[in-house]
Structures are given as structure tokens and as C-alpha cells.
Design a protein around this ligand. Structure first.
Ligand code: SAH
Length: 358
């Protein structure tokens, strides 16, 4: 960052900062360092949305901060909340600049999972995905990712246990902010890194770069095809990334981190769900520390792929199991409110952003 921007203390929101950074900030603002710990507690545990909410702080100081426009926490506003029949909740969250992203809260008895977005829109343009149809606007900042998790936690009045980067966007195109968010979600919000999954379509060099950072988070790779021509047909960016190179980076990642990789395989009826595809996939994954997640396609309006029936899904699963591949089926939740995998769409959000008076 350039020198000229340094005096602008409002530039970095407080959300995402560690106890030490917050202590430094409060001291710079003329308060004793112990108030940093209080600030941390109010931001991450008590849901403070502005310094004004923090009643343990001197009123006069809060007023000073407010009139100077200093000390923005960096929380979003919920503009829409839709509850699905299976209790999954989809949120449309508006950021400070008016942009909107979608976040999904997925409760079970034991878990509360948040599906977070890493970008406004997505540049990857995968043919089967609604987000890709709307184009790309910008990366999310770390605090805008953390905010999604706090929002779900507060709304459910329950601790979030798991996070998946499977909302809008390609997380590895925003590696720096995603990794900063993962670290803060781990250290400041208290979510185990092993309960955090980063899902990527894969881009040359990016998986290796992530491996070098030695996170304990799980990496999920959206494979969706067992060979290069089929993969290119579904994922345009695959044309610049031969499947062999992708696997090579994945093998290196396992070596670098000691963590196994999840492969996501979207099942499109009569396209990539034939027995020979299962055989080909099993061959590719032989001896690889991995787990396959099969995702039956969730329909979107723009394309006419078909969702396979449960017989085809279990047939594909059995074929992989027969070849000793660890595999499970992920039936998406929240289908009736368009909250399922691949159904988060940026074009609709953009329209909403334009019509929402700010
Ligand atoms: N960009 C990341 C995160 C995207 S969303 C990635 O590609 O992994 C998470 C998962 O949902 C990805 O595996 C994605 O391919 C999948 N997905 C996209 N559209 C889908 C659809 N219509 N039905 C089911 N899964 C879909």
C-alpha cells in the first residue's frame, strides 16, 4: 500500500484484526491497551456492529470516533433471508459499497455449517453454475468473509462449527484474503481449521502455492470429469490446465501438507455419469489419499443438463467403491430457496443491489 493512504485510519475495518492489532489500534486512538481485549470480545463474541454498540467504552470517546469517521467494524446488512423447508437459510448480504453476496447457513443436529462466498460473482464461467452466468465484480475482503460467518452465527444463536468456501466465487483467485479470513476465523472466532474447507476449480500453480502456506484446512477440488475433453467442455478454464497437471499439483499438495484432498464430482445425467467414467476416475485416483464427493446436479435455468436419478447416482457410487475409492454423495440442502450448490447467482443480486435504496 502506498504511503499516502496511511493517515486514513478508517481504511482497514476492525473485523479481522487480532487481539494484538486491536490493542495497538486502541492505543493509537488514545485508549489504554486493555481495551483492545474488550474490543475483540465485543466484535467477535457480542456482535458489535459499530463502536457505538460497545457500552463499556467511554461515551465521549465513542462520539469522537463517530464524528471523525474512525473505527468502522465492517459488518454487512441482511437485505433478504429465505428459509428452506429443510431449515437451511439463505442470506443476501449487502457490503459497505452496496454490492451483495449470498451466504447459506446449513444446520444439522450436531453441526452448523456456513457456505461462504469469496468473491462478488465469479470469472470462471463454468457452464453448469448460476454464479458464473453473471460475471465477476470483485474480490471480497477478509472482513467481508468473516462477517458472513458471524451473521449466520448470530442469526441461528448457535456456534458455527464448519465452514465451506462453496458460495459465490473462486477462492484461490482471492487467496490472500481467503487465507487471512481462515486464520482469523480460526484464531478470533474459534473455528478449527480442520472444519474449514476451501473448494477450488483449480488454476495452474495455485494449489501448490496454497500448499506452501501449510494451512490445516481441507482442500476440495472441483473435478467433475474423468478426462480432459469432458472437463474442458464443462469448465472453460480447464483448457489452460491439463488434468494431468492438476493431479500432479494435488499429489504435491498431499505431500506438502499431509492432508488428503476431497474431489468433487458433479453428476450430470447421461453425460459424465456412465460406468466408464467411474472406471476412468478410479484409475486416476488409484493410490491417491483422497475422498470423492458426488454432487447430483442442481438445475439452473440457463442450461439443460439433467439431474441423474438416485439409481444412477448409487450405481456410480458403487462402481467407485468396488475399486476401493472412498466416496460419499452430497445431496445439497436448500434447493427450494435456490440455496443449493451452484444456484447462487450474481446477476439477480446485481439487479437487487441496483433497486435497493442505500
Ligand atoms: N469456485 C469453487 C467454489 C464453487 S461452488 C469451485 O469451483 O470449487 C462449490 C461447488 O458447487 C463446486 O464443486 C461447483 O462446481 C458446484 N456446482 C456448481 N454448479 C452446480 C450445480 N448446478 N449443481 C451442483 N453443484 C454445482
Amino acid at each position: 500500500m502506498s504511503h499516502e493512504s496511511a493517515p486514513n485510519a478508517t481504511a482497514t475495518p476492525l473485523l479481522g484484526q487480532s487481539p494484538a492489532e486491536l490493542a495497538e489500534w486502541v492505543t493509537q486512538q488514545g485508549q489504554p491497551a486493555y481495551r483492545g481485549k474488550q474490543l475483540h470480545n465485543w466484535i467477535y463474541d457480542k456482535g458489535a456492529r459499530s463502536l457505538d454498540d460497545i457500552t463499556v467504552f467511554p461515551k465521549k470517546w465513542r462520539e469522537q470516533m463517530r464524528s471523525a469517521g474512525v473505527g468502522e467494524i465492517g459488518r454487512s446488512t441482511i437485505v433478504k433471508r429465505a428459509v428452506a423447508r429443510d431449515d437451511t437459510v439463505k442470506y443476501l448480504l449487502q457490503m459497505a459499497d452496496g454490492q451483495i453476496v449470498e451466504t447459506v447457513g446449513i444446520p444439522t443436529e450436531k453441526r452448523l455449517t456456513v457456505c461462504v462466498s469469496s468473491q462478488v460473482g465469479c470469472p470462471m464461467a463454468c457452464d453448469f453454475c448460476a454464479t458464473g452466468k453473471g460475471g465477476f465484480t470483485r474480490n471480497l475482503a477478509a472482513h467481508e468473509i468473516i462477517d458472513q460467518v458471524l451473521t449466520v452465527q448470530e442469526d441461528f444463536e448457535r456456534r458455527v462449527s464448519h465452514i465451506v468456501f462453496m458460495g459465490m466465487g473462486e477462492p484461490l483467485l482471492n487467496t490472500e484474503n481467503v487465507v487471512a479470513a481462515v486464520r482469523s476465523l480460526n484464531q478470533d472466532v474459534g473455528i478449527g481449521q480442520r472444519n474449514i474447507t476451501i473448494s477450488t476449480v483449480g488454476l495452474p500453480g495455485y494449489i501448490r502455492r496454497l500448499g506452501n502456506l501449510q494451512l490445516q484446512a481441507t482442500l476440495a477440488v472441483s473435478l467433475h470429469a474423468s478426462n480432459q475433453p469432458l472437463r474442458e467442455r464443462l469448465i472453460p478454464s480447464a483448457a489452460q490446465y491439463p488434468i494431468g497437471e492438476l493431479f500432479e499439483e494435488c499429489r504435491d499438495y498431499v505431500k506438502q501438507t499431509g492432508r488428503r484432498i476431497s474431489f468433487e464430482y458433479l453428476l450430470l445425467a447421461e453425460l459424465n455419469d456412465w460406468p466408464e467414467h467411474a472406471d476412468e476416475l478410479a484409475q486416476q485416483l488409484r493410490g491417491f489419499q483422497s475422498h470423492v464427493n458426488l454432487i447430483p446436479y442442481n438445475p439452473i435455468v440457463e442450461v439443460d443438463y439433467k439431474r441423474p436419478d438416485s439409481q444412477r447416482v448409487s450405481g456410480f457410487k458403487r462402481a467407485l467403491e468396488d475399486q476401493h475409492i472412498a466416496v460419499s454423495v452430497r445431496y445439497s440442502r436448500g434447493l427450494d430457496v435456490d440455496a443449493a450448490c451452484g444456484q447462487l447467482r450474481s446477476s439477480e443480486l446485481q439487479r437487487l443491489a441496483e433497486t435497493t435504496a442505500l
